[in-house]
Write a protein that binds this ligand. Structure first.
Ligand code: MG
Ligand code: MG
Length: 269
C-alpha cells in the first residue's frame, strides 16, 4: 500500500529530513583519522535528542537483535548497516554514515559517504559517481514515470564506470514509517515497475561497489559487506515525487558548509 502525502505531511517530512542533514554534518565535522565510530554515534544521538526527535534506527529490527546504534557506520567494504563501536577510522578509509530520525511522527533517513583524510583518486571517483547516480535517479522521479526509469538511470550510470550495483538491498518509501511501500531498486528496466505519482515520498539510496554487486551479511546479523572485499559507497536522499521535477527534502548543503574536506566529493564533477 503506497501512501501519498499531503503538503502538511510533506512539511513535517522536510523537517525530519533536514534534521538528519544537520546531524550528518555534525558527525562529518568529526570524521578524521583516529576517531572511533562509537564517538560519531554518541554525538549523533545527543544532537538528535537535543532537537526533540528520536533516533529511528536504535532498537529497530528483530527481537533479540535490535540495531544498537543511532547511526549505521559502514567502513570500506562494509556496504550498509555497520554497527558503531570501537573501530578507529584510518587515513584513506571511506565511511558511510546513515542516519534516521522520527520527529513529530514522521521519519527522515539519509546517508553520505565521507572520505577520511586523503583518499586515492580512484576511491574519490567511486564516491563521486555514486553521488551523481543518486541525482540521475532523482531526475527520473517525476509524476507519470515508472520506478524502472529511476532505477535504470542509477544502474546505467554506475555500470558505465564499471562499478557493481548492489541488488540485495534497495531504497524504499518512507513517511509515518521508516520503511513503506514501494521498494526503490537501483537496477531495473525503463518503462517498467510502479507508476510514480505526485506525493509519493521515497528514500533513494544507491549502494555501489568497485567490484562485484554480490554482498554478504556478517554474523552480527546486520553488517552487509561486499562478497569480494571491494570498497562500497552509499548516498541517500529523501524526496517527493512531483509534476515535472522531484523535490529533494534532505540536503548535503550543511555537509558542504561544515566539512571542507569533502569538497572533492561534492564538487569534483
Ligand atoms: Mg533508507
Ligand atoms: Mg538510510
Amino acid at each position: 500500500m503506497i501512501y501519498l502525502k499531503s503538503e502538511s505531511e510533506i512539511d513535517k517530512m522536510r523537517e525530519s529530513a533536514r534534521l538528519v542533514s544537520r546531524t550528518l554534518a555534525e558527525v562529518g565535522k568529526l570524521i578524521e583519522p583516529g576517531v572511533t565510530t562509537g564517538k560519531l554515534d554518541r554525538v549523533a544521538e545527543e544532537y538528535i535528542s537535543k532537537h526533540n526527535a528520536r533516533p529511528a534506527f536504535k532498537g529497530y529490527g528483530p527481537k533479540g537483535n535490535e540495531f544498537p546504534g543511532t547511526l549505521c557506520v559502514s567502513v570500506n567494504d562494509e556496504v550498509v548497516h555497520g554497527i558503531p563501536g570501537e573501530r578507529i577510522l584510518e587515513e584513506g578509509d571511506i565511511v558511510s554514515i546513515d542516519c534516521g530520525v522520527e520527529k513529530d511522527g514522521y521519519f527522515g533517513d539519509h546517508a553520505f559517504t565521507f572520505a577520511v583524510g586523503e583518499c586515492d583518486e580512484e576511491v574519490i571517483n567511486l564516491l563521486r559517481v555514486t553521488l551523481e547516480s543518486l541525482y540521475k535517479g532523482i531526475g527520473q522521479a517525476v509524476h507519470g514515470n515508472r520506478m524502472g526509469d529511476l532505477a535504470n538511470a542509477i544502474q546505467t550510470h554506475n555500470e558505465k564506470h564499471g562499478y557493481g550495483v548492489v541488488k540485495d538491498l534497495v531504497g524504499h518509501g518512507l513517511g509515518k514509517s521508516l520503511h513503506e511501500d514501494p521498494s526503490v531498486p537501483n537496477f531495473g528496466r525503463k518503462g517498467r515497475g510502479e507508476r510514480l505519482r505526485s506525493g509519493m515520498t521515497l528514500a533513494v539510496e544507491p549502494m555501489i561497489t568497485m567490484g562485484s554487486w554480490r554482498v554478504n551479511t556478517l554474523e552480527d546479523g546486520w553488517t552487509v559487506v561486499t562478497a569480494d572485499g571491494s570498497l562500497a559507497a552509499h548516498f541517500e536522499h529523501d524526496i517527493v515525487v512531483r509534476e515535472g521535477k522531484a523535490e529533494i527534502l534532505s540536503t548535503f548543503d550543511y555537509i558542504a558548509e561544515l566539512t571542507k574536506n569533502q569538497e572533492t566529493i561534492l564538487y569534483h564533477g
